[in-house]
Design a protein around this ligand. Structure first.
Ligand code: 6GU
Length: 246
């Protein structure tokens, strides 16, 4: 996968040099290219923003600068990227969207700062590319950079060969399967007792059926406690008698 990022703060993306994503880049699974937006600002001050039409606080990023930057990155290749614009007013970023993005050969993330990017930029590229404005949650960040790190990691770990163990993707909270829509329960490793806290007996029993049942119970308990919204949306058909007793 090719992943282009345009930002006025390329320094934000040094985490992409390390860990899972860093290794994927070394192997050539992932081709990450980070661009400084100001390279396409042509006045002496390298201005990228201006005051909003209609008044109001803050600044808006200029369409001409973004247009020049995106045109240069998209170029005249026979392929075009899917464009993702991080913004708190976008559609929610979910595991489902991460899976969809992981199937794309080329993603372009456009990081806005201030009050955002002039809307005509998204309108213009929507005629040529798939454009999604995406939010990573109900809170406001100072810019899209950290949101892009979040999305790049969520997407990158889904690429074939990036995770050591393909099963760890299947087991994730929010992944499809029998644990679908349930949060992952607690996990334990050696020693069997630590500071008086014992590992639940069933996990030491070697009884795979009982272990699976216990894990599902714990997942359901945790979902009810931490995410009543998810618990309420569980399909009653998939809840068996045992689940309902919890
Ligand atoms: Cl994608 N960007 C910004 N600036 N704030 C956010 C966000 C994105 N998602 C949640 N808050």
């Amino acid at each position: 996968m090719r992943l282009d990022i345009i930002s006025i703060f390329p320094e934000y993306f040094s985490p992409l040099d390390v860990s899972l994503i860093g290794k994927a880049r070394e192997r050539g699974t992932l081709d990450v290219r980070i661009h400084q937006l100001r390279d396409w600002a042509h006045d002496v001050h390298k201005t990228v923003d201006d005051t909003p039409y209609g008044g109001g606080p803050g600044m808006v990023m200029k369409p001409e600068v973004w247009g020049a930057a995106v045109d240069a990155v998209v170029g005249s290749a026979d392929q075009v990227p899917r464009m993702v614009v991080p913004t708190p007013s976008g559609r929610p970023f979910t595991q489902e969207l991460a899976q969809e993005l992981a199937r794309e050969p080329w993603l372009l993330f456009c990081c806005g700062r201030y009050e955002g990017i002039d809307s005509r930029v998204m309108a213009e590229y929507s005629t040529r590319l798939r454009v999604d404005e995406v939010s990573i949650g109900d809170y406001v960040l100072a810019g899209g950079e950290v949101a892009v790190l979040v999305m790049a990691e969520a997407v990158g770990r889904l690429l074939p060969g990036v995770l050591g163990n393909a099963c760890s993707v299947a087991d994730d909270s929010f992944a499809p399967g029998s644990m679908r829509n349930l949060l992952e329960g607690p996990v334990f490793t050696k020693p069997p007792e630590w500071r008086g806290h014992k590992v639940p007996e069933v996990l030491l029993s070697g009884h795979h059926g009982k272990i699976a049942r216990w894990r599902r119970d714990e997942a359901l308990r945790r979902t009810v406690a931490n995410r009543p919204d998810l618990a309420a949306a569980l399909d009653p058909e998939t809840l068996d008698k045992h689940d309902r007793a919890l």
